[in-house]
Design a protein around this ligand. Structure first.
Ligand SMILES: C[S@@+](CC[C@H](N)C(=O)[O-])C[C@H]1O[C@@H](n2cnc3c(N)ncnc32)[C@H](O)[C@@H]1O
Length: 237
């Protein structure tokens, strides 16, 4: 088993075990989680009544998808995740929405069945192991978008220098200590972050998106190491 397979298998197993408590747990771990996802959804601006084709990659328990559907009920939405138990919770949450389908798949091997008008993601792409994996994913996302389509991501990132990174980690731990026992933060959540997650600098993400072909790349929201950014596939070249 190579590093990527080992990592994906560990991630799948941990999210699988924690799927039942995920929705409460994530709000204790990620500061301003709902605000961050709401900001992402507010970026979705298309002419009213247009039926959007969208996909939420790494949808987990479906919180971002639910927020998108609440503000754009007409959307035709695919919810993709590689962890079956997480996808099952999403299925329950979104039960009743007729135009939603579920894709159990690993993003590494997923052939996008586009074109999509909108691709969204929250707290998933930092699981891609290497910088090259992330660049490749941006290229594939770009290719899967229809002209005029957009991609928005809410995620954890690294600072551009060590001192700022220390500040980020300090502020993040401070937040988690308010909602979780100290030994859980220091003995479980942070070690898991260092073991399973591969965040990159925001400045690198923006460059990789531009290199992949995106235009109007921008950062819409940021709170220390958590951010929402995105870009467009221009309709005119
Ligand atoms: C931290 S959760 C985020 C879930 C949800 N988007 C949210 O904001 O609450 C990360 C999710 O990404 C999924 N994931 C991570 N790597 C993946 C990959 N390579 N392919 C598909 N799903 C992946 C995990 O299974 C997990 O459900």
């Amino acid at each position: 088993m190579d590093e990527q397979e080992r990592r994906m298998s560990e991630i799948r197993s941990n999210f699988s075990k924690g799927s039942g408590e995920y929705d409460q747990w994530i709000r204790r771990v990620i500061p301003r989680y709902d605000e961050m996802l709401d900001v992402l959804v507010s970026c979705v601006r298309y002419p009213e009544g247009r039926r959007l084709r969208a996909i939420d990659i790494g949808c987990g328990t479906g919180t971002l998808s639910a927020k998108l559907l609440a503000s754009h009920p007409e959307v035709e939405l695919a919810c993709l995740d590689m962890t079956e138990d997480m996808l099952d919770v999403a299925r329950e949450r979104l039960n009743g929405h007729e135009r939603v389908r579920y894709i159990l798949h690993n993003l590494y091997e997923f052939e996008y069945d586009g074109p999509y008008d909108l691709i969204i993601s929250s707290l998933a792409l930092h699981h891609m192991v290497t910088d090259e994996d992330k660049m490749d994913q941006y290229r594939r996302i770009f290719q899967a978008l229809a002209p005029g389509g957009s991609f928005f991501n809410a995620d954890v990132v690294l600072a551009s220098d060590e001192r700022t990174q220390e500040l980020y980690m300090e502020k993040w731990a401070e937040f988690m200590y308010q909602g979780l026992p100290r030994d859980e933060v220091d003995g479980s959540v942070l070690p898991r972050y260092h073991r399973e997650d591969s965040p990159a600098r925001l400045t690198d993400h923006l460059k990789w998106m531009k290199d992949a072909g995106f235009s109007r790349v921008d950062v819409i929201w940021k709170y220390y190491n958590f951010t929402v950014y995105g870009g467009w596939r221009c309709s005119v070249h």
